[in-house]
Design a protein around this ligand. Structure first.
Ligand SMILES: *Cc1c(COP(=O)(O)O)cnc(C)c1O
Length: 431
């Protein structure tokens, strides 16, 4: 490995030689863009690409950087915490950043959710949610309840058990269908309310209630599984069916949480409260990896009265003080910035800016909810061509499957938002 300053060329050569990227082969086939720094809603590249050095970020770093990059308040939260401690173990010790964050989360999520498990990534928070549910029923003398119910088209993470509830077809994980635990799948939820679909769900609850511990879904929007929206009335139906059949209800709000869909949490579109809720992604404003699993008193009590009266989970970096401090600062900013106004403005901008995409050949649907804008094609996107077209417009997007979409930072101003929409349209045309 060369010593001293490395040129962009050297860095990219080392990257290609040694570094795995998400969902990529080794070595990679499409060279990634080398980012030098990021500020506000802009990524600054180390070298210009086709004359473009700065990209407006339409992805908010996988939907997490809701306040933009290098935000002075968030930077200061980490710096201030760093002066006290970067990390201490959470077993037998505790600290103010984690306590404050947990209290904030309890306050802002639906009332019945009272207990918080701080996990180190979204997938882990889903693992913890599943473990909570299975352990709850075991403690209650129903050890046969070990399966999960979900609907097709979902995404809940890349670790083993979360993979088992991701969309079983066409997703990234169908390779493993024979090796994963076999869960109970309903059809994907239709966009509009249909009683026949609720009847279909009810049939599955009736048939599988004895073996199902919990139903897990992304409320209102299925994100990485296909950016599909559905009627919040299905969430009300799930709440009723789950309660009637002794099944716990888990909402995975890792993508939908913290205002993204126009309500603080997806659950609020339906006015229901789950028994367990996962949050992540935007939790730290995109600064550090942290997620959380919240549950009701009933579940915590059930687990704590069982044969093994503890929740058997405890990651090394649980409750990391730096992540907790920046998360709390990000939640304060959310309120201070009036997230509802920010997201409402972005929703209007996306609706107007993406409207022309409807008339493009090959476009099947254009849909917007909160700060989520989707252009769905009637064919698989040519990812390389679509991405390059967006870059030529000065925009960073990462299309997948048949989708060109944006989930921009909430601080994106109208001009940059128009640019993102132009980038999405160019990407849809090229892809
Ligand atoms: C991203 C995501 C996850 C996984 O989170 P990681 O932090 O990537 O492990 C789980 N569920 C949903 C809904 C997600 O969007």
């Amino acid at each position: 490995m060369p010593t001293g300053d490395l040129t962009s060329e050297q860095l990219l050569a080392l990257d290609r030689e040694h570094v795995w990227h998400p969902y990529a082969p080794m070595p990679g086939v499409r060279p990634p863009l080398l980012v030098e720094s990021a500020s506000g809603v802009r990524l600054r590249l180390a070298e210009p690409v086709g004359g473009v050095r700065e990209l407006v970020d339409g992805m908010a770093s996988w939907w997490s950087a809701i306040h933009g990059y290098a935000h002075p308040v968030l930077d200061e939260a980490i710096r201030g915490q760093l002066g006290r401690m970067g990390h201490v173990m959470f077993g037998g010790l505790t600290h103010e950043p984690a306590i404050r964050l947990a209290a904030e989360l309890v306050e802002m999520t639906p009332g019945p959710l009272q207990h918080v498990f701080l996990a180190d990534s979204g997938s882990v928070s889903v693992e913890v949610a599943m473990k909570m549910c299975l352990q709850y029923w075991r403690s209650r003398g129903r050890p046969g309840k070990q399966r999960l119910l979900t609907w097709r088209g979902g995404y809940h993470g890349d670790t083993w058990h979360p993979m088992s509830v991701c969309d079983p077809d066409g997703g990234m994980h169908d390779l493993w269908s024979g090796a994963l635990p076999r869960q109970v799948f309903a059809d994907a939820p239709p966009r509009e309310f249909e009683q026949a679909y609720v009847d279909h769900l009810a049939g599955l609850f009736e048939r599988h209630a004895d073996e199902v511990a919990a139903v897990i879904v992304e409320p209102v929007v299925q994100n990485a599984g296909g950016m599909r929206f559905h009627s919040p009335r299905y969430l009300q139906a799930l709440r009723e069916l789950a309660s009637a059949h002794d099944v716990l209800l888990v909402f995975d709000e890792i993508a939908t949480g913290f205002g993204r869909t126009g309500e603080l949490f997806g659950a609020e579109h339906a006015g229901v409260s789950p028994d367990v809720m996962c949050v992540g992604k935007a939790l730290t404003g995109g600064y550090l990896s942290m997620a959380a699993t919240l549950c009701t008193r009933e579940i915590a009590d059930g687990i704590s009265r069982g044969e093994l009266p503890v929740l058997a989970h405890g990651p090394t970096f649980m409750g990391n003080p730096l992540a907790a401090a920046v998360a709390t600062a990000s939640l304060h900013l959310l309120r201070q910035n009036d997230w509802r106004a920010q997201v409402g403005r972005i929703e209007k901008g996306l609706a107007a800016g993406l409207e022309p995409a409807r008339d493009l050949p090959g476009v099947r649907d254009v849909r917007v909810l909160g700060a989520i804008g989707v252009v769905q094609l009637d064919h698989e996107v040519d990812v390389a061509a679509a991405g390059a077209a967006a870059v030529r417009e000065g925009v960073w997007l990462r299309p997948f499957r048949d989708l060109v979409y944006t989930m921009p930072p909430y601080v994106t101003d109208d001009e940059d938002l128009a640019r993102i929409c132009a980038g999405a349209i160019a990407a849809a045309q090229a892809g």
